[in-house]
Design a protein around this ligand. Sequence first.
Ligand SMILES: *Cc1c(COP(=O)(O)O)cnc(C)c1O
Length: 374
Amino acid sequence: MQFRDLKAQYRALKPEIDAGIQAVIDSSAFILGKPVTELENKLAEYVGRKHCVACGNGTDALQLALMAWDIGPGDAVFTSDFTYFASAGTSSVLGAIPVLVDIDITTFNMSPESLEEQIKRVISEGKLTPKVVVPVDLFGQPADYDRILPIAEKYNLKVLEDGAQGFGGNIRGKLACSFGDMSTTSFFPAKPLGCYGDGGAIFTDSEEEDARLRSLRAQGKSPADKYDNREIGINSRLDTLQAAIILPKFDAFVSHEISDVNRVADWYSKRLRCKFVTPTVLPGFLSSWAQYTVLFDNRQERDEMQAKLKTADIPSMIYYPRGLHQQEAYKWMGLDDSLYPNTVEATKRCLSLPMHPYLMEEEVDRICKVLLEE
Ligand SMILES: *Cc1c(COP(=O)(O)O)cnc(C)c1O
């Protein structure tokens, strides 16, 4: 059994994907070719944003968005403590300071209360200028934008949605990657919409930001003359091959994968909720289930369950074994575990189970039987 079965998806979509790859090779337009523009247009229309700028990966997407807002030394960027490193690392790369926010233990997403506390603390300390909030759509569920956006507005902060895991989710029909001022996603193979290598994208409604992002992803080139750079950018383009691979996958994603993966989540929850804490999706929210993550009673039970699954040849993952405040790179901040009780709790009790749209009910049955057996 696979944790995320990319081969099953390829088998289902092979003719379209192979034809797309061959067409790119025939065209020899390997970088930013026509399929890249086609993909940008389709994704912008789907999520409901005016512009989509494709780039090299989801990390660069976050960095480019922050660069387009001139984020740098002296700035505070608020993000979740329980996420993939890039949500915070991209601020550090630009010389800004990531301010880590505890999570809500039921959704694993940024806690709005903790966000406001951290903003007030930074303001009262007076050392950094609060600039941006980076809420993360963790495991596929959009962050609680109903409550986060008003807080950002109150303190005059920009909102950058890290939708790397959230693409395809929505809140009352409004799609992930349309929340806040800019949004980003990743096409890393294991994400809800993945390619066959690295890829990412930034979404915005602003014409000026779109133009700046297009320049920044190409070393800061001028629109008129690419050998006259107007500022310092990075090199972060999406391969045409990757765009050609995503296009047919995107059609399958929209037409059935999102509903398929939600059916798989229901199969899991129906079987497991009698005994374990299954994932909570807020009313009116839809998850794209980048991960299906269960909370066990304590570390010991979690580790025993993972061992039992392993014996039965069933893969599982601990997302995430550490909060960002516990990682070597951020030790200098001196942040104590007591400041992040929910993150610490989640790291001890969480286990992510095999999850993808091509998982069958018999497989879910087998996984749940192993977890439920006495
Ligand atoms: C994967 C991920 C990223 C980074 O995307 P890459 O394409 O791997 O660079 C950023 N944020 C979150 C929450 C992610 O899960």
